[in-house]
Design a protein around this ligand. Structure first.
Ligand code: SF4
Length: 193
């Protein structure tokens, strides 16, 4: 017999009927099969990072408390107890799970050199080194201590910084402090858009 999803389901139902006829109590088995996939997951409350509405979400994970297990996000949904969204999410927020579980997600730094057409993978150490050198050079070249009227301004107009929609509040706090300390005045974050 050809094995198909339909045949498998038919076999399962017929098998269940036969076991019931023999006096086995299948209720616990059925209860187990119909339990939610999130029933044994950890719940973590968080905030949708995509826009300034800041809807509350619950992230369900497994494997984060067991030794030698790889933590895995199972499901993300709106938080029904959150005063802003009361469990609802817009289509962007509803796709949060795909933001986390996505094999197209970049997990290492890449650089496209001047004139190159392809992106090159580089190590984190190399990325930090190159960014630090470029920031230092640009700041040295473009820092303005006084404006045309002789007023002290101490600003760097040669650089701009923009944060991504998935940056946390803590990351943004540090980014603003770091950029202001360099004199960068063009600061923005996509989440404000
Ligand atoms: S769910 Fe939609 S409306 Fe709510 S914060 Fe996310 S992107 Fe904004």
């Amino acid at each position: 017999m050809e094995f198909s999803r339909r045949n498998f389901l038919k076999g399962t139902v017929l098998g269940g009927t036969a076991f019931s006829a023999l006096g086995f109590d299948l209720a616990p088995v059925y209860a187990q099969t119909s339990s939610l996939k999130i029933s044994r997951a950890s719940e973590t409350r968080s905030t949708c990072p995509y826009c300034a509405v800041s809807c509350g979400v619950i992230i369900y994970t497994i494997g984060d408390k067991a030794k030698n297990a790889i933590p895995q996000v199972l499901h993300v949904e709106g938080d029904p107890d959150h005063p802003i969204n009361r469990g609802t999410l817009c289509p962007k927020g509803s796709s949060l799970e795909q933001d986390i579980l996505n094999d197209r997600r970049l997990l290492k730094p890449q650089v496209r050199r001047p004139g190159a057409t392809d992106w090159e993978d580089i190590s984190w150490d190399q990325a930090y080194e190159e960014i630090a050198q470029k920031v230092k050079k640009t700041r040295d070249d473009t820092f303005i201590e006084q404006d045309a009227n002789g007023k002290t301004v101490n600003r760097c107009e040669g650089m701009a910084f923009t944060g991504g929609c998935t940056d946390t509040n803590e990351f943004n706090y540090l980014a603003v402090k770091s950029m202001r300390s360099l004199g960068v005045c063009y600061l923005e974050n996509q989440a404000r858009v």
